[in-house]
Design a protein around this ligand. Structure first.
Ligand code: NDP
Length: 476
């Protein structure tokens, strides 16, 4: 029993996490269902540090010092359950099982309860940053018992990304909280990617600019408020030329965006909680639309556009409008995501510190961005902020761009360019700030056909109007 931490599941992610632990001086027990992967890790990367390879799960468990810390990094779903079932009889009270895969949070809630019954700690943790992050410092979102975090936390913080010397890892909350926050992170990632794609499309269609010219514009944006990993890689992608055809790379990629499902989970959960995450939902549906091949074929050429040729007069002003609209829409998407975290935290009793979540997303992960500092600061000003958008910094930053945002969304509509995320974010902004919403009419309709009752603006109580009778009002 010599290893301080173990990793089972040594495909790209597990292998790189194990190497990351080893590079930080930990003795790492390593195991994989098929022995060849374990052997190749040690053969190819033994120089990273000290690995203790085991062929069987029993040897692997025996090679760990107590309380054992076992990171499970296998395919999410059934395989994770299978590995846990194999591990549990070999472990002892107080040991910690860390599921670092992309589990769906209800599974994590279930597994945590099951392992607790065996006296074991189960830490469902989000890990973001892909294979590069796993090796060089990911953003880590661990859930589970606070007690487990006292021994495990320092190790995870050690191998996480650092921004200004601060680790991109913090205790999230009990049972499924870590995987939940990772799920919302991915949902926000969907929205952010879609918004950038819409900005690209607007510049392409509005200005007739080439992909590489837009790459240059994005590179410039990356030195301002929009500075982020996603803008940076988008600039890179847009400037890339396909070796085979000599065309812009983006022009030879089939326009169908796939998904592995975390965006869908985020939207499904938001529907359950009743939280309007329109940016994430539109981004998820935009991917679905892109893949709706028969529908697109039926519509192409058949649905009239009635749009005039787009003629942008002032190129620089338009670029700046799109930048401001992108920033404002992005703030909306994040504000909605943080709303969802707050709602889930209340629903599941997780007590999640939203400022800390923004802090640990500043580095290592796909949505890392300068602007996350602003979100952390907003929650430092008020930990219970009801709406991120309404924080004094964001009211200023977004307010500054509202006129531009309206011009961009209006131009897109007029010229037949689909901007579901830009447009729905603006509609959310106008909806949430409205003095009165037409929801009054919806509620009245509900009372009319279903006697669903209504409240009045001028006095307390619940009322119903006898719509089919004399239209008198009764208090319920
Ligand atoms: P995969 O998701 O491709 O899973 C492959 C690993 O799972 C292999 O080690 C494989 O073992 C093992 N495995 C599969 N089925 C079983 C089983 N029934 N019993 C035991 N082991 C099994 O690997 P990745 O490294 O891509 O991802 C690992 C986890 O990390 C996943 O949950 C993924 O969602 C998550 N993740 C991935 C990211 C990425 O960028 N790829 C980013 C963040 C999280 P064997 O070698 O024997 O086949």
């Amino acid at each position: 029993a010599t290893a301080q931490i173990g990793v089972t599941g040594l495909a790209v992610m597990g292998r790189n996490l194990a190497r990351n632990f080893a590079r930080h001086g930990y003795t790492v027990a390593v195991h994989n269902r098929s022995w060849a992967r374990t052997q190749s890790l040690v053969a190819d990367h033994g120089a990273d540090g000290t690995f203790v390879p085991s062929e069987s799960m029993a040897e692997f468990v025996a090679s760990l010092e107590r309380p054992r810390k076992v990171v499970v990094m296998v395919k999410a779903g059934g395989p994770t359950d299978a590995v846990i079932a194999e591990l549990v009889p070999l472990l002892e009270e107080g040991d910690i099982v860390i599921d670092a895969g992309n589990a769906h949070f209800p599974d994590t809630i279930r597994r945590e309860a099951e392992l607790k019954a065996h006296g074991l700690h189960f830490v469902g943790t989000g890990v973001s940053g892909g294979e590069e992050g796993a090796l060089n410092g990911p953003s880590i979102m661990p859930g589970g018992s606070r007690e487990s975090y006292t021994t495990l936390g320092p190790i995870l913080e050690d191998i996480s990304a650092k921004v200004d010397g601060v680790p991109c890892c913090a205790y999230v909350g009990p049972n499924g909280a870590g995987h939940f926050v990772k799920m919302v992170h991915n949902g926000i990632e969907y929205a952010d990617m879609q918004l950038i794609a819409e900005a690209y499309d607007l510049l392409r269609q509005g200005l007739g600019a080439s992909a590489s010219e837009i790459g240059d514009i994005f590179a410039e944006w990356n030195s301002g408020d929009l500075e982020s990993f996603l803008i940076e890689i988008s600039a890179d992608v847009l400037r890339h030329v396909d070796a085979e055809t000599g065309q812009a790379f983006v022009d030879v990629v089939l326009d169908r965006a796939e998904q592995k499902g975390t965006g869908r989970w985020t939207v499904q959960n938001a529907l359950d909680l009743g939280v309007p995450i329109t940016g994430i939902a539109e981004a998820t549906f935009a991917r679905a639309l892109s893949g709706s091949v028969p529908q697109r074929e039926a519509a192409r050429g058949a649905l009239p556009a009635h749009a005039a040729a787009w003629d942008v007069q002032d190129r620089d002003a338009f670029v700046e409008d799109v930048r401001l609209a992108l920033y404002a829409s992005k703030v909306v998407a994040y504000s909605q995501g943080f709303d969802q975290i707050a709602a889930a935290s209340a629903e599941y009793d997780w007590d999640i510190d939203r400022g800390a979540m923004a802090r640990i997303w500043r580095g290592g992960c796909i949505i890392r961005a300068r602007f996350l500092n602003r979100i952390t600061e907003a929650y430092e000003r008020d930990a219970n902020l009801p709406l991120l958008l309404a924080d004094e910094y964001f009211t200023g930053a977004v307010g500054n761009g509202v006129a531009a945002w309206r011009r961009v969304v209006a131009a897109a509509a007029q010229n037949g360019v689909p901007t579901p995320a830009f447009s729905s974010s603006l509609a959310y902004y106008d909806g949430v700030r409205a003095d009165r919403l037409p929801a009054a009419l919806v509620q009245a309709q509900r009372d009319f056909f279903g006697a669903h009752t209504y409240h009045r603006v001028d006095r307390d109580g619940t009322f119903h109007t006898e719509w089919t009778g004399d239209r008198s009002e009764t208090a319920q």
